[in-house]
Design a binder for this molecule. Sequence first.
Ligand SMILES: Nc1ncnc2c1ncn2[C@@H]1O[C@H](COP(=O)(O)OP(=O)(O)O)[C@@H](O)[C@H]1O
Ligand SMILES: [Mg+2]
Length: 236
Amino acid sequence: MKLEQRYEGKAKRVYATENPREYVVEYKDDATAFNGVKRAQIRGKGEINNAITAHLFPLLEGAGVPTHFIERLSEREQRVRAVEIIPVEVIVRNVAAGSFSKRLGVEEGTELRRPVVEYCYKSDALGDPLINTDTAVALGWASEEDLTRIRELALRVRDFLTPYFAARGIRLIDFKLEFGKTQGGRVVLADEISPDTCRFWDAETNEKLDKDRFRRDLGGVEDAYAEMLRRVTQPT
Ligand SMILES: Nc1ncnc2c1ncn2[C@@H]1O[C@H](COP(=O)(O)OP(=O)(O)O)[C@@H](O)[C@H]1O
Ligand SMILES: [Mg+2]
């Protein structure tokens, strides 16, 4: 099934398959923060992020968001459509936190009057700098039409996930998405949605249940990831 490795990132490995239109993605326990400066293993993370993504992507498909996901193959692996990743990371924010709070001097936890979509250039070497959509078009990373579609899909993801998590006692503070283009030229949601790529706060206590526990040395990292898998798969 798995042939040669195509990419290795900080959290996953991507493998070719016999079918040129499909890849196998393998989720690792490796964690990095601050652009790779801080590194560790989070026990169980690969399995948990694989399971959370494999649970959410079909639900998003049902909500009108085309994705790369085909099926979960094993504890750490999933089969996906091979795409060309658009090198623009899309951040959607419901509540001020992280770099947004720092950049603008807005206290973490401040509710935003409307969702905010931000774009960063996906470049480890440059530390994923903030850009706008003009920059992405001017440098040939995406077309105007692609970016309009990406924004529409990102907000659709937000409109589905925010009440989904609220019903499971979680405030969805913000999240990062990656999109890719299929060989047919269709824009699809790729990569993952997990505690590595979202901020999740417990609705009762505001306890952080995401990668900020690792970034900020808050302890209880493994437990937070396990708790998020429980919440995500919890029926309501
Ligand atoms: N369906 C896909 N087709 C091709 N590449 C993908 C797909 N889904 C995710 N990727 C890419 O796989 C790489 C590995 O993922 P990850 O370890 O999260 O990387 P990163 O260190 O860039 O965060 C990333 O470059 C990501 O954009
Ligand atoms: Mg990643």
